[in-house]
Design a protein around this ligand. Structure first.
Ligand code: SF4
Length: 363
């Protein structure tokens, strides 16, 4: 049964920032060692400052698993991240998402039904036992389980190239979902020729491809995308090149290949943080990723000149749903012995998804 976010009531909606902050701090102290608050890098500052640990989705899920003495894990991120944490943590731990509406549009672009349907379509024209499915970690637990059951693996934005290499050593083709752009950028970086990469358009028969093209393809890409990283375009890259040739451009690989190929560097959120933080005083950067992270890098690196690659605010609106008032509501309930918004993956799905996650960790 799908959980739905309940209205937390005016007693929370009407609280000022100062009151929320003081009450969250007090609740954290009351819950003490029982509580672990995890915050993704894209969280807004008003929530991020309460984090016990910050990071990208996988780092946070692994940290949750390592802290097996913490019964309450409040995951300030989006739904698939909380699912991954639940898969990797023990039965004695409850993973909680403060607002259940915090989903990920990209993960939602590949439902289990759709992917299973496409797999059948592929089986009608090619040998699916020679296809290795690879899913980006930004996908539902059901999709990770689908991959785990078919000898495939999960990948992240920092190891996608390694996982693709592993998959192509085991099969003739990779079926990569849900992010078209991470898949294409990784495949091109590995030297796979553009004519060996095909796009599967979900609304078309055989994804809009001929049987011949499917049989010749090495990489089949699902046509999903991140609504945030799609906001960066080649004109933004040109704008910075013309404005200031000293500015280095760094972007996330969920951006289109046009943007990635025009940038000086690309990498996961952790890689971006590392590159910017370790650059010398006076370095100039234009960064193509979510605005809360860019703004944080500006604050943490006052000796550098840091800009967003786009003049517009590229905000992850679903991450943004995690607000201090929802965090407080969760903590108030925990203090009263009630676990709200627990994210639970059923044991069969979790078992298969864990296999796919485990393969990635081995690779
Ligand atoms: S930034 Fe993109 S991929 Fe990440 S949670 Fe938001 S929509 Fe999903």
């Amino acid at each position: 049964m799908e959980l739905q976010q309940v209205d937390i009531g005016s007693e929370y909606h009407e609280l000022s920032e100062e009151v929320l902050s003081a009450r969250i701090t007090a609740r954290k102290e009351e819950l003490g060692e029982k509580l672990l608050i995890l915050c993704h890098h894209y969280q807004q500052e008003s929530v991020y400052r309460f984090a016990d640990m910050t990071g990208d989705s996988l780092k946070l899920a692994k940290h949750a698993a390592a802290c097996n003495d913490k019964p309450y894990i409040v995951f300030c991120g989006v739904h698939f991240m909380a699912e991954s944490a639940d898969i990797l943590t023990g039965d004695n731990q409850a993973v909680i998402l403060p607002d259940l509406r915090a989903g990920c549009p990209m993960a939602d672009m590949a439902s289990l039904d759709e992917v299973a349907w496409v797999w059948k379509e592929l089986a009608s024209v090619t040998a699916v036992d020679r296809i290795i499915p690879v899913t980006y970690v930004n996908s539902s637990a059901a999709i990770k389980a689908f991959v785990g059951e078919r000898h495939g693996s999960v990948c992240t934005s920092s190891n996608a190239e390694r996982v693709l290499t592993w998959a192509l050593e085991r099969g003739d083709k990779v079926f990569f979902f849900p992010d078209e752009h991470l898949g294409r950028n990784s495949a091109i970086a590995l030297g796979i020729r553009p004519e060996e990469i095909i796009l599967w358009n979900r609304d078309e028969h055989l994804g809009g491809n001929s049987e011949d093209a499917i049989n010749r393809a090495k990489v089949i890409l699902w046509n999903g995308y991140c609504t945030v990283h799609m906001q960066f375009n080649a004109a933004h890259v040109r704008m910075w090149r013309e404005k200031d040739p000293e500015v280095k451009i760094i972007v996330h690989p969920e951006c289109t290949h046009e943007v990635v190929s025009g940038a000086d560097h690309y990498g996961s959120t952790e890689n971006i943080i590392q590159a910017v933080s370790s650059s010398p005083t006076g370095a100039k950067w234009a960064i193509g990723t979510e605005i809360n992270l860019v703004n944080r890098l500006v604050r943490l690196n006052p000796d550098k000149e840091i800009h967003s690659l786009s003049p517009f605010q590229c905000l992850c609106s679903t991450m943004y749903r995690i607000k201090p008032k929802y965090l407080l509501w969760i903590l108030d309930n925990l203090v009263n012995g009630e676990v709200k918004n627990q994210i639970t993956v059923d044991p069969d799905t979790a078992k298969l998804a864990r296999i796919a996650l485990g393969r990635m960790l081995e690779i």
